[in-house]
Design a protein around this ligand. Structure first.
Ligand code: ATP
Length: 381
């Protein structure tokens, strides 16, 4: 797939800018805080309808405006599509494909696919479990857009179940011997719902990790010079063995029963996929406890390359690769390996403050654009 044109109106610090991508590789050069990451964020939003920098639409709108718009033309093997998203400081977004407004945001997903790689991705190793879950969920949404609904349903059930458990705890705190019988039927209902929604989430997460693990392992071996063995392990909060909905749901209900008292005392749901963990082990040791910065970088690079390959395998077309300020941080060997993988297949947009630290081969065939205070101009080196 190929992002041919991007038009930003009142988006972040862009008043009205159009970019035409004329090469498979585009390098955006500029000082800090000029708008390079904002442009990549626009592409990320087209691919996932989410930004890893904010969950508030109003931040995506130029200070002085009330709404912003991203428009794009995306070429795929068998079609060309026009995408548009309007963000409002107040009110809901409007998404459109080929000028037709869509009722379900879900139908917007899947036209453009992208893998983002920024220095924040080092948090995949060092950060909280939530970072790893979000990454996995983001990948799943691109592979299977309906997963965004599944996740939404799970979170809704979780919120409502938590509200009920909070009420139960309040009753208990008022009177330790008080009866909570009247809450029982409602709680059972939420147990069932949590098990049903949770089983859909956990089965998909397990499946995607099973596909990702061997690809990431091969990349990691290649980049580390065959010395290290990576393993990506999914550690679900509710363990199950057979990928069969009713059996997985039963595992949830059993675990909920075991943790019933704890949940009522804590006033929240302690069983479920919101407590899943993803572990990266290198030579059988968890990477977060081990590993220099360099090793962690190799690991994240291997994960990103695996993500790229997996999306390509499932979608049948190479996704875009967005490299936000990470290339200059990679040593020449890792830069070379990344370049080899990208070849001429993956459209890549790269941001940097210092183009000089790039391997010359990166610069050779690239379109180079200079970004300055929300303007974009072609640069000639
Ligand atoms: N809603 C908004 N309205 C106006 N300006 C905004 C808005 N959101 C962000 N900005 C501006 O965008 C700029 C940040 O741009 P961006 O994050 O793309 O930086 P960058 O060029 O990638 O630099 P760095 O190398 O620091 O990441 C800042 O000047 C910020 O004030």
């Amino acid at each position: 797939m190929y992002l041919k044109k991007l038009h930003l109106r009142s988006f972040r610090n862009y008043v009205d800018r159009q970019v035409e991508f004329t090469a498979k590789k585009t390098i955006l050069v500029g000082n800090n805080a000029q708008g390079k990451s904002n442009l990549l964020e626009a592409v990320e939003l087209l691919a996932t309808l989410k930004s890893h920098r904010t969950s508030r639409d109003r931040e995506l709108v130029l200070d002085t405006a009330t709404a912003s718009q991203i428009e794009a033309i995306v070429e795929r093997t068998h079609s060309t599509n026009e995408l548009s998203i309007i963000f409002r400081k107040q009110g809901r977004r409007t998404v459109a494909v080929n000028r037709e407004n869509l009722r379900r945001q879900l139908d917007f997903l899947g036209v453009l696919n992208a893998v983002q790689f920024s220095s924040l991705d080092l948090d995949l190793v060092r950060g909280a479990p939530e970072t790893r879950r979000n990454w996995l969920d983001g990948l799943l949404i691109q592979l299977e857009p309906v997963y965004s609904n599944i996740l939404q349903q799970y979170n809704q059930v979780l919120r409502q179940r938590n509200a009920l458990l909070k009420k139960i705890r309040a009753v208990r705190q008022d009177d330790p011997n008080g009866s909570i019988d009247s809450f029982e039927p409602q709680l059972r209902l939420w147990d069932e719902q949590l098990a049903a929604a949770g089983s859909r989430v956990t089965r998909r997460r397990a499946r995607v990790v099973a596909r990702l693990d061997p690809i990431a392992r091969r990349w990691h071996q290649k980049i580390s010079g065959e010395t290290e063995l990576l393993e990506v392990k999914y550690l679900p909060n509710v363990e199950w063995t057979e990928d069969e909905p009713s059996k997985v749901q039963r595992a949830f209900l059993t675990r909920i029963e075991e943790r019933r008292i704890a949940e009522q005392y804590q006033g929240k749901t302690v069983v479920g996929t919101h407590r899943d963990e993803l572990e990266f082990a290198i030579n059988e040791t968890p990477a977060r406890h081990y590993g220099s910065q360099g090793q962690q970088r190799t690991l994240v690079l291997a994960l990103k390359l695996a993500e790229l390959k997996l999306i390509e395998e499932v979608i049948g077309e190479p996704p875009l690769l967005l490299l936000d300020d990470v290339l200059a941080e990679l040593d020449p060997n890792r830069q070379k390996q990344l370049l080899e993988v990208i070849g001429d297949r993956f459209q890549t947009i790269i941001t940097t403050t210092h183009i000089n630290s790039f391997n010359q081969n990166w610069i050779k065939d690239s379109q180079i654009l200079k970004v300055q205070a929300g303007t974009i101009i072609t640069a000639f080196l």
